[in-house]
Design a protein around this ligand. Sequence first.
Ligand SMILES: C[S@@+](CC[C@H](N)C(=O)[O-])C[C@H]1O[C@@H](n2cnc3c(N)ncnc32)[C@H](O)[C@@H]1O
Length: 385
Amino acid sequence: MTKKKRKKPAKRNTATRKSAPKDGSARSERVRLFHETPFGKIYHGDSLRLLNQEMKPESADLLVMSPPFGLVRKKAYGNVDADQYLQWFRPFGEAFRRVLKPRGSLVIDIGGAWIPGQPTRSLYHFELLLMLCRELGFHLAQEFFWWNPSKIPSPAEWVTVRRIRVKDAVNCIWWLSPSPWPKSSNRRVAVPYSDSMKHLLKKGHQANGVRPSGHDISEKFSRDHGSAIPPNLIAVPNTESNSYYLRYCRAMGLSPHPARFPSAIPEYFIRMLTDIGDTVVDPFAGSCVTGEVAERLKRNWTCCDLVEEYLHGALARFDKPDSGAPVQRTVSPMGFSGSGKSFYRVHHPGSLWEVNTSDFLQEDGGQTRPQSVGKNHAELDPTKE
Ligand SMILES: C[S@@+](CC[C@H](N)C(=O)[O-])C[C@H]1O[C@@H](n2cnc3c(N)ncnc32)[C@H](O)[C@@H]1O
């Protein structure tokens, strides 16, 4: 497939650029194909229209997104108020159900919000989760927490002026599916063993491995599987400051997208929940980080955004001079320099991504137990009464 020919856009006046309307409407306009790559397509327009009118039912393996949050302080692309959020999101939720394969996954990165004028939090993202599960029949496969250690303290009034709240540095990521058994493998996102685990593996079986909880960890956990199962805490800073994307936007006179997620967020879920050749969709694509990752991982993908300027910037991701080169990652564990025992080290989720690539996902989402289950685990099958 050949790339669409593209002209350098004229320097833009951001005051007159088309931005998303507050209520996410603009639903009368058609979506149009904006750009194509060997694996993906970028559409400009309302993704609700794309999902309902252009996409076939049960055609997507993974919908991964960072929708506009119900933030109190409005962002340039027009967030809806927290209390209107559910109403705005419901038709998207219905459309997601329609286009997802039965064992596909819906992954939503969603930040929290403060209630205006008082130091308390909105419940809108929890209400969203309840709506998706209770009204639209999604199952919560697991909740994740994305810790961004580089988040600045806000709102200043509560955090830095009155010092009565702490920095809000964690986004919720809801992983949902139409099935209780979405296809997935935690092997794809395994991380290196911690130093204490390496020590345990070296020392081998301990006579008394009983935890305060009563769990006997002596034998089961002293087997070396080559890597550790990660927790549902993803530690990635959001500190991009001199990327090709940003330099390209500067050179073209485009405003960079103000709320990009780091590529490790979609990459984590694309790796864990899809195989090569599967279909990934980001309906709130912004600068098309999801498309860039999916292209590199050879997944078919579709991205869509309402704001054309963001898509012009996104083109940087698909004609980089270094396209195809391995991604350089900082993979050192996050944040802690202390050597005392009270510190925990959180691995960058990508520490082993280049090695955890081989196995295929179980089509039945793990409903069939592996043959090789050990004696200790065999008695513990939670699906048997
Ligand atoms: C939080 S941003 C996503 C940023 C993106 N993850 C990235 O890393 O660049 C949300 C995006 O949703 C877009 N959006 C809002 N309503 C939309 C709709 N109905 N259809 C398509 N895009 C929409 C906004 O224009 C905005 O770019």
